[in-house]
Design a protein around this ligand. Structure first.
Ligand SMILES: Cc1cc2nc3c(=O)[nH]c(=O)nc-3n(C[C@H](O)[C@H](O)[C@H](O)COP(=O)(O)OP(=O)(O)OC[C@H]3O[C@@H](n4cnc5c(N)ncnc54)[C@H](O)[C@@H]3O)c2cc1C
Ligand code: SF4
Ligand code: SF4
Ligand code: SF4
Length: 383
């Protein structure tokens, strides 16, 4: 039976919950808002299936297909602008739905919690489109995917690398009709912090929220904005200024497993990895018009065949992977643990207001600012 000794040893993928034959695992949120398995020991029959499928204990094999990687964007400009990077997810989703398949990915529910859902129609692709910077709950999705696969449906699953690994572990075998797409993942913020943030915004505006966009590109792709549409008004702020994004990018409230992630690297469990092609202006300037370009890395024969078949819908150029990941360290290494994380959560749980707290915890001291300035002057002089 699975036992979580340290929180960093669970990425919250739900594989154990989905596999348990006695349904004696529930997923419960801790005081930081992240879910962990809890076992009803009276019902447990010690079959050990939960341990067997845990991707942290038994990581599935990872691959890289002949070092094939590309700078890509969708030829459909509208979809590209609605997507976080180059809009490649939507091309894969359309293909699967046109082949009567199911697509699984992260969507907002009516209260703007993020969870994985299944879609089977083209108009629902927009529900999954766009990054949601909060951990997505997969609930019973893995069981639903297995059911679809066994009924010979084509399935596309998209998610974080740990969710993809969790699904592959749960399935325990390879399916020809399954396409796995993961993202390059900085880490996932706390669902508790996210809910408090939207509650505070709702209170400030005294209106209900109609929609939320983490990556609004009307201010550019590289200088994207976070946008909330309320009943009457709109909140829009640059990603680097929005207080929730600041806390996320300062790594104050990521899941503990994200600081020592088991799923980094150029080899992956997935067929295809999609990321923002940061640094495209240096690697391949002709692919940069600031509307969003994806970095695509292929990991399997299946991924390569699919990519080739769909390439007529894309503008693409092959790139050198080592060159590309110079600007995207999230592909290969975890973020550094933020030493202030514990005291942040302690203060949050004692009832302090969230936005004030994030402001305090992201403030750079005068000393650090001077050090950073000196570092950047030295860098410029060396160049
Ligand atoms: C939490 C998070 C961290 C990321 N960190 C980085 C990074 O450090 N560097 C980088 O280059 N790229 C990162 N990305 C990936 C990037 O933002 C784009 O999602 C990716 O480039 C795909 O873009 P697209 O234009 O093809 O499709 P889009 O339509 O933008 O992609 C949407 C896809 O992402 C999935 N998705 C959205 N939110 C979540 C979520 N919370 N959990 C699981 N899956 C989700 C959806 O299911 C959908 O399949 C991150 C994404 C997320 C969600
Ligand atoms: S050991 Fe078996 S029965 Fe017990 S919790 Fe794990 S999967 Fe469920
Ligand atoms: S299977 Fe997933 S949710 Fe369960 S313990 Fe392992 S990492 Fe955590
Ligand atoms: S950083 Fe690693 S552990 Fe955290 S969500 Fe991403 S893949 Fe999962």
């Amino acid at each position: 039976m699975i036992e979580i000794k340290a929180k960093e040893d669970c990425c919250g993928c739900y594989a154990c919950y989905n596999i348990c034959p006695k349904e004696c695992i529930t997923m419960e949120a801790d005081n930081e808002g992240f879910w962990y398995p809890k076992i009803d020991k009276d019902k447990c029959i010690n079959c050990n299936l939960c341990e067997k499928v845990c991707p942290i204990i038994n990581k599935p094999n990872s691959f890289l297909y002949k070092e094939k990687s590309y700078a890509v964007f969708n030829k459909n400009e509208k979809i590209r602008l609605e997507s976080s990077s180059g809009g490649i997810f939507s091309i894969l989703a359309e293909y699967v739905i046109n082949n009567h398949g199911s697509v699984y990915g992260a969507a907002f529910d009516k209260d703007f919690n993020v969870k994985h859902i299944k879609i089977t129609s083209l108009q629902d692709i927009e529900l999954l489109r766009g990054s949601k910077y909060v951990q997505s709950r997969t609930n019973d999705i893995f069981k639903s995917i297995k059911f679809d696969l066994k009924n010979n449906k084509m399935v596309l699953f998209t998610g974080t690398p740990c969710q993809v690994a969790g699904l592959q572990s749960f399935l325990q075998k390879k399916y020809d009709n399954l396409i796995l797409m993961d993202i390059v993942c900085h880490g996932v913020p706390s669902p508790l912090v996210w809910q408090q943030y939207i509650d505070e915004l709702k209170q400030n505006y005294k209106q209900d929220i109609k929609s939320i966009y983490f990556r609004d590109k009307s201010t550019g792709w590289k200088t994207y904005s976070v946008k909330f549409l309320f009943d009457k008004d709109e909140y829009k702020n640059f990603g680097f200024k929005d207080i929730y994004m600041k806390g996320f990018l300062n790594d104050i409230y990521l899941r503990p497993s994200c600081y020592n992630c088991n799923f980094k690297g150029i080899e992956r469990v997935s067929d295809i990895t999609v990321a923002d092609f940061w640094g495209i202006e240096k690697v391949l300037p002709k692919m940069d018009d600031d509307k969003g370009t994806s970095l695509i890395v292929i990991h399997s024969e299946k991924g390569k065949q699919l990519f080739d078949e769909l390439s007529e819908k894309m503008i693409l150029n092959e790139v050198n992977l080592n060159e590309a990941i110079k600007y995207n360290s999230s592909m290969i290494k975890s973020v550094k643990y933020n030493e202030k994380r514990n005291s942040f959560f302690a203060e949050l749980n004692s009832g302090k207001e969230l936005t004030d707290l994030i402001r305090i915890y992201t403030k750079i001291s005068f000393e650090k600012r001077v050090k950073n300035k000196i570092k950047s002057i030295i860098k410029k002089l060396i160049r």
